[in-house]
Design a protein around this ligand. Sequence first.
Ligand code: FES
Length: 342
Amino acid sequence: MTASIRILTEPPQTIAAMTGETILTNALQAGVSFPHNCQSGNCGACKCELIEGEVLELPYSEYALSAEERARNLILACRTQVWGDCTVRLLDAEEVVLHPSRVMRCRLMEMLDATYDIKALTLAVEAGGPYAFSAGQHARLKFAPGIPERNYSMANHPADDALEFHVRAVPRGQASGYVFTSLHVGAEVKVSGPLGNAYLRENHKGPILAVAGGSGMAPIKSICATALRANPERRIHLYFGVRDEHDVYLEDYLHELARQHPNFSFEIALSQPLQKTARRHGLIRDAIAADFTSFDGFKAYLAGPPPMVESVQHLLLDKGMPLRDIHADAFYSQAEDAFNVS
Ligand code: FES
C-alpha cells in the first residue's frame, strides 16, 4: 500500500511512501536529504513537525523528543510510521546543509596513540571524493570485511586533504577491537558520509560553548578549528571532561590554539582522578555551571557519552539557552561504555 508524504522544505517536495515504513526510511529511499543520525529514536536529529496525517509513533527516547516538544506536534521521523497521506515540516530548514553523500576508498596513512584507549587515525582519500562536510559531522567507517561499520566524527578541518578520526576502544567492540589489534598503516578503509546535524552553524557569529567528553573531542576539535579559521577573533570556551589524567589528550594542541587566539579558552576537568590532581576535579557540567551565569547569544556544541551530553543539555536549558541553539552529538554506539564525566 502506498501513500504520499509532503515535506515542507525549500522547495516543498512530495514523495510516494510505503505504508508501514517510517517517514525517514521513505524520505531517504526517495533521495530526500532528510536530517538524521542514530535512526533509532535516540538522538533527535530527525525531529520535524507533523502538520497532518495518519501516522503511528514507535517508542523513542525522551531525550530525543521531550513531552513538551511532542505537545507542539514535533515527531521523530525515524520512529514514525506512515499509514496514510501526511505532511511534515523540517525544522530550521534554512540551516540544513546538503553535502553530497559519498562512499570513498581511503588509505590509512598514520595511526597514533592519543591515549591508552584512543587511536588517532589519518586517512587519505583515494577514490570516491571529493569529500565535503561540515565541522562536527561524522562518517561510517568500515575497516574490513566482516567487521561492522561504525560512526566516527571527522576531527580535521573540512578543507584539509586528509581525514582524521579518533577511535576509542569499546569493551567487546568489534570495530574498535579490530583497530586496536589488526589495523595497520597502509590498510584500506571504506568511509561513507557525511552524516549528522550537530555541525557548526556558520551563520551564527556569537560566542561558542564547546563541550567534549572523551573522544567527543574529535568533532569539537573540528568545530573549534573551523570557527577560528573563519573568524580568528571568535570567542570560544571549550570544556573537556575526562575521567582521569591518562584520558587527557590534545592538550598541547589546545594550548597552542589558546596561544594563537586569546579569545579561545579551554578547561579540562577530571571526574574520577585516581590520584591527587592540580586540575579541576568534578563533572564537566558542574564546571560550566560554576563559570557561567548567562549564555546570551551563545550556541553550544556538545559531543561525547550520552550521560554527559544530556546533563549539559539540561543545564543549558535550565539557564535559558533555547533548544535550537544546542547542537548535540551523543555517542550512542559507545553507550555501554559511557564513562561518567557528566
Ligand atoms: S535519527 Fe531519529 S532520533 Fe536519531
